[in-house]
Ligand binder design. Structure first.
Ligand SMILES: Cc1cc2nc3c(=O)[nH]c(=O)nc-3n(C[C@H](O)[C@H](O)[C@H](O)COP(=O)(O)OP(=O)(O)OC[C@H]3O[C@@H](n4cnc5c(N)ncnc54)[C@H](O)[C@@H]3O)c2cc1C
Length: 390
């Protein structure tokens, strides 16, 4: 088998890159270790920046998102039992789109299938070779049969635990990491959201988030300890804990129901530098992780893909290598700003085990300042809706 770009991983970054490259006439094959159903079953992100919406439109997969997605003009932050709204649209002229990662993935899979683009699911023992030379290869086995794909470039879109970053020699890559001392217990439930916009809560019992996927499907989270297990939490226990952390009038209108998914996600900040190694590029979670507090993970995956698509398109159209040469620098400049924002939102809104009374006072002072200063609210809003792709 031969292709121009081999894409490892059929998550949002791999599928979006494949779709954009195909529209630029660049041949690509996606190789994914899991089944399509497994990939579609993962419940993850749900808030899209305008940059991501634009890229999905450019990929030709935006129709259902515009029909079914929910544009949000603001978010609420609660502390000391009171809610304060950040008017995202009023402060920045931009809004965010609530549309689940599962739906984005489904739209991309459907488009890829309809275009007849090659995708290998359930590929075992995927490995990448020769990316420091001119003719890289990807090898895998499927149903016990070995396969090899020759290509010109490899896009490592295989997530945090993928094979691509792990194949880079240790001396060629720098890893920056911060692991937070808590996780998020998340519940997905087919109940109407408690509020028409997202609510972030700083509470003495810990952080809580009221998010949503549609007008009938809600996603709620409470901060939990890292050694906790989702099985320890009955649905009733989860709803009781969430209500304790919400302002009284919000808790009173919370509609509860059976969970359709319940899981604990650890929180981590992580960046690998650089993101290019010869003919191998890392994009999305393969290169970086943010704690979900700023809703940036999926959006950063999309902007990486946008830079890579632009670079590869220039290279294949005119032989101009500037875009791929600068991919890592351009993507990392945006990544570090999103890392900073996600870290600062996490620090502002969570209860840290070693915070002490001084740390709590600092959080309250910062939140107080935020809501007394249009400049501070604008800075938060500008980052929340997403910085431009420079
Ligand atoms: C539990 C959880 C909750 C999250 N919640 C949020 C949220 O609320 N908001 C937010 O913004 N972000 C959230 N994120 C982050 C967001 O989902 C990711 O940033 C996004 O999925 C990144 O997309 P990706 O395509 O780069 O990586 P992934 O979605 O991880 O996709 C990588 C793909 O590569 C495949 N793969 C892995 N290894 C191999 C291999 N060796 N060979 C072939 N294929 C391989 C995987 O099976 C997977 O399909 C969450 C992430 C997790 C894990």
């Amino acid at each position: 088998m031969n292709t121009q770009v081999a894409i490892i991983g059929a998550g949002p970054s791999g599928l979006l890159l494949g779709q954009l490259l195909a529209r630029s006439g660049i041949a690509n094959v996606v190789i994914e270790q899991r089944s399509a159903d497994y990939v579609l079953g993962r419940i993850r992100a749900g808030v899209l920046e305008q940059v991501t919406v634009d890229l999905l439109d450019q990929a030709g997969v935006g129709a259902r998102m515009h029909a079914e997605g929910l544009p949000h003009d603001g978010v609420e932050l609660c502390f000391n039992g009171r809610s304060h709204r950040i008017d995202l649209h009023g402060l920045t002229g931009k809004r965010v789109m609530v549309y689940g990662q599962t739906e984005v993935t489904r739209d991309l899979m459907d488009a890829r299938g309809a275009a007849g683009l090659p995708t290998v699911y359930e590929a075992d023992e995927v490995s990448v070779h020769g990316f420091d030379g001119t003719r890289p290869t990807v090898r895998w086995t499927k149903d016990g049969v070995p396969h090899e794909l020759q290509c010109e470039f490899i896009a490592g879109c295989d997530g945090f635990h993928g094979v691509c970053r792990a194949s880079v020699p240790a001396e060629a890559i720098a890893l920056h990491e911060k692991v937070y001392p808590f996780g998020w217990l998340g519940v997905l439930s087919d109940v109407p959201p408690v509020n028409h916009e997202l609510i972030y809560v700083n509470h003495e019992r810990g952080f809580a988030l009221c998010s949503q996927r549609s007008l009938t499907r809600s996603r709620y989270y409470v901060q939990c300890s890292l050694d906790d297990h989702a099985e320890n939490w009955s649905d009733d226990a989860f709803w009781d804990e969430l209500k304790r952390r919400l302002p009284a009038e919000t808790a009173a209108r919370l509609v509860t129901g059976p969970s359709i998914e319940k899981s604990i996600a650890p929180l981590r900040s992580f960046v690998a530098e650089p993101l290019r190694f010869g003919r191998l590029f890392l994009a999305g979670d393969a290169g970086h992780i943010v704690p979900p507090t700023g809703a940036k993970g999926l959006n950063l995956a999309a902007s990486d893909v946008g830079y890579l698509w632009q670079g590869l398109t220039d290279y294949y159209r005119s032989g101009n290598p500037v875009g791929i040469d600068h991919y890592s620098t351009r993507a990392l400049a945006r990544i570090w700003k999103a890392e900073r924002f996600s870290w600062s939102m996490t620090t502002l809104m969570h209860k840290f085990p070693d915070t002490g009374s001084f740390g709590q006072k600092m959080q309250m002072a910062e939140l107080d300042y935020l809501f007394s200063s249009r400049a501070a609210m604008t800075a938060l809003a500008e980052n929340y809706v997403g910085l431009p792709m420079d």
